[in-house]
Design a protein around this ligand. Sequence first.
Ligand code: KIV
Ligand code: ZN
Length: 527
Amino acid sequence: MTTTAKSEKDRVVIFDTTLRDGEQCPGATMTHEEKLEVAELLDDMGVDIIEAGFPIASEGDFAAVHEIATRAKNAVICGLSRAAFKDIDRCAEAIKPAKRKRIHTFLSTSPVHMKYKLQKEPHEVLDMVIAQVTRARGHTDDVEWSAEDATRTEHDFLCRCVEAAIKAGATTINIPDTVGYTVPEEYFRLIKMLRDRVPNSDQARFSVHCHNDLGMAVANSLAGVNGGARQIECTINGIGERAGNAALEEAVMAINVRNDVLPFWTGINATMLTRASKLVSAATSFPVQFNKAIVGRNAFAHESGIHQDGMLKHTQTYEIMTPETVGVKQTSLVMGKHSGRHAFVHKLEELGYKLGDNQLEDAFTRFKALADRKKQIYDEDIEALVDEEIAHAQDRVKLVSLSVIAGTRGPQRATMKLDIDGRGMLEECEGNGPVDAIFNCIKTLVPHEAVLELYQVHAVTEGTDAQAEVSVRLAEKGRSVTARGADPDTLVASAKAYLGALNKLMVRRQRGGVAVSESRVHSTDVG
Ligand code: KIV
Ligand code: ZN
């Protein structure tokens, strides 16, 4: 890596939208507590702006944005709103407690969106842009305006909208590739064209927001920066609508590692990237693909003999960055059944966890139970255990016990005891296999209409005594939630994962609100 003197003009501001664009993708729902935890980590990591949610979408979104705004230390807290005045006012109310706050308001500008989605003429859209930015500026002097579907917008019209938004007071202009359609060269030219042609372009910061439908979100974002943008909108692990958004960890590390050709800098502490990836994966229950750049399990693994030989001779033969720069710690054998509380707390600190007293107590008890069953306990085991503890601390329905009869001589049968709001309930069910029998028990004890969309198992570490990690996705009335469960027994992990998803659905039902995907598309009504 080359280090050059840092100048403000080369600073790229990192705008994280994990809690908004990331959270709105199917199945990635996070609980209120998980959102707070993710926001705290993003703030600690040096993210400049945290888009904490879409306050008008539901009471739950509003409450999360409001509490994140209350707790934020350094980051600017931002909320999203459509053009409607009631959206903008609600957003302003949600971010009010923040020391530094931003309203992000958007409107579609492409012919296809204006005609079919908004059913408005271009001149009406232009008026709406001025009205929405003016309204937002009435609440805060940090206003971002986005031209939704900008990459399919006619250039002259885009220039007029951008100019009008800046004139009305927008301080950041975002040019989203909403449908992941552009390519690097074209996006570079688009950003450059706007900066060159819009007369007041020097009065705003330009921002890139790229979706990954063609796998080019990060490449496009960096091309946009080369074209003059100085804000990247991105998410941890690249989660987001459809194929996702630009991955924060990839954009940041591309700038760090290839500073010779990307002479920019960010304020991100890259050694926290791995922790952020794991936390978001645990909170959303979205697994990170093994070969994912920067944070995938194999990102620094060298399997082939030739590569291993080269690495032993000199690490730079096959490594362009060291695992330590992104916070990967060498997998270590951590502890066994003789390890005490002090060592456990120390290990948690090293892994980046801060637990409250009760959670720590529960996690330590579970660690001891695991150590009784599993000889060698690795960092990954502790992470799976604690992540589960955090994710399920507030659960209304908990697994108390489970026994299963499985094998070739069916029918398979499960006996399960659940704690439902403090009451113990027992059930015994048959099924077409042990997992089916378990899920039938849950359905009998907690009747629900949700449909199982995904059931996936993988091992946390290696060996036959490894913990199994099961992911379950349930869908109900157009909303889906995912949860994970970990245990050395795959069947117990399956029950925990299913119950985790059910608990999340219950929270969603309680907090109410429309599915964000429903609400985000109707940006027609301006107040
Ligand atoms: O992709 C998109 O266009 C968005 C906007 C709301 C910024 O997410
Ligand atoms: Zn988006």
